[in-house]
Ligand binder design. Structure first.
Ligand SMILES: Cc1ncc(COP(=O)(O)O)c(C=O)c1O
Length: 396
């Protein structure tokens, strides 16, 4: 137990109808998954949310008024204070725009900045909505594969620039910290990417959703870049990973440039993305003003689970190679040494070990040798999942 919070206890995930734990969804995805399976796929956590968030939501629920609201000063003040306190970012109130989740925002963003026949460019592998948000709207994606060097992902700047020249993509959606892998990019790396985007007139959009759980190293927001990059920059973020609030569908963007902002806001208005979800707004304010201690405690707990996992994989899992994870709770493992593809290993573990991992092919590009795990659950379950997988090795 991490005092004063008990992360060894789970919330009842049947009450929020969690996709992660649903046997029917599992049966469709991986027929033959036994009862009592342990899910390590979809990226949410099984712990109850921070006490201050639950109290804020209970107050709203008890009050009984759920009518139309607006993004009030409390929301903007909470975001500005959080960004300053936790990330050293001086964000102006005008730069902030509320939205209904980072993933829906990606869709609006592509709609706002791409025309028919335009394409977007992505470093791959990457979180799958980066790609399907483009495809759903009729835009092509160009994949610039990350390169594994010294055991971690590196950016191939020469290829990136070559592709910029050849395809002239409208938008580069950059994942920082990176999902899947949990890599934190240095400010120099972010600046090199921002510089190439700027030179080729490609909008630089940075998803910083995974910046709240820092396991090792130091996170640098793209808002730390010199101001000359500000006229080509959008940052997307939300408290949804840090505080496990994905179901409340509340997020925001930070856009320093007035022209970029107004083009983006126009698209939100076309779709009536205006007033906030009453509960989402209350939760984000509580998270950003009263929950620093909870976040630090959960991060310490996740870091401890990660250390356990790294050691276990090293000692017990033949053919598994963990990529060092600096942020998030979603370790990325190269399983090519087992002789299985990611899909074969995922199906095998679901059926034989009763553990559902994330198949690496699910992400945009270049994940066929990887599976993603999820440490956002009490450690006893992580231990049981790993022991089950060790006891059911894949055999070709
Ligand atoms: C990189 C990244 N962006 C966004 C999201 C989802 O964010 P939201 O809940 O704000 O839509 C996730 C969820 O896993 C993610 O990994």
């Amino acid at each position: 137990m991490t005092e004063p919070f008990d992360f060894d206890c789970m919330a009842d995930r049947s009450l929020d109808h969690a996709r992660k734990w649903d046997p029917k969804i599992m049966e469709q995805k991986y027929p033959g998954t036994p009862e009592g399976f342990i899910p390590m796929w979809i990226a949410d956590m099984d712990f109850p949310a921070a006490p201050a968030i639950r109290e804020a939501l209970a107050r709203v629920a008890e009050n009984g008024a759920y009518g139309y609201g607006y993004a009030h000063d409390g929301f903007y003040d909470a975001v500005m204070s959080w960004q300053r306190r936790r990330h050293n970012n001086e964000v102006k109130r005008d730069w902030i725009t509320l939205a209904y989740g980072t993933v829906p925002t990606m869709h609006y963003l592509y709609q706002a900045f791409c025309q028919p026949n335009d394409c977007v460019i992505l470093f791959t592998p990457v979180y799958d909505p980066f790609g399907y948000a483009a495809h759903n709207n009729g835009f092509r994606t160009i994949s610039c594969p990350l390169v594994v060097r010294d055991g971690v992902y590196q950016i191939d700047y020469d290829l990136f620039e070559e592709q910029m020249e050849r395809y002239r993509p409208r938008v580069h959606l950059f994942c920082s910290p990176h999902n899947p892998s949990g890599r934190i990019w240095s400010l120099e790396e972010i600046e090199r990417v921002a510089d190439i985007c700027r030179r080729y007139g490609c909008l630089f959009v940075v998803d910083e959703v995974h910046c709240e759980h820092i396991i090792s190293g130091e996170f640098h927001s793209a808002l730390q870049l010199p101001e000359r990059y500000y006229d080509n920059l959008i940052v997307l973020t939300s408290p949804n990973k840090g505080f496990n609030l994905g179901g409340l569908k509340t997020s925001y963007s930070i856009i320093p440039d007035a022209n970029v902002r107004s083009r983006f806001r126009h698209r939100l208005e076309m779709n009536s993305i205006t007033s906030p979800n009453t509960f989402g707004c209350a939760a984000i304010i509580a998270a950003y003003t009263e929950c620093d201690e909870w976040l630090d405690a959960i991060t310490a707990y996740l870091a401890e689970s990660y250390r356990y996992l790294a050691d276990f994989i090293d000692r017990e899992m033949d053919g598994w190679k963990l990529m060092p994870m600096q942020a998030s709770y979603l370790p990325w493992v190269d399983i090519s040494g087992t002789g299985a593809t990611a899909t074969e290993l995922t199906c095998h573990m679901a059926r034989e070990a009763g553990v559902v991992v994330g198949d690496g092919t699910y992400y945009v590009g270049d994940g066929a040798n990887y599976v993603r795990l999820n440490l956002g659950t009490p450690r006893a379950l992580v231990v049981e999942a790993m022991e089950r997988m060790r006891d059911h090795p894949y055999r070709a």
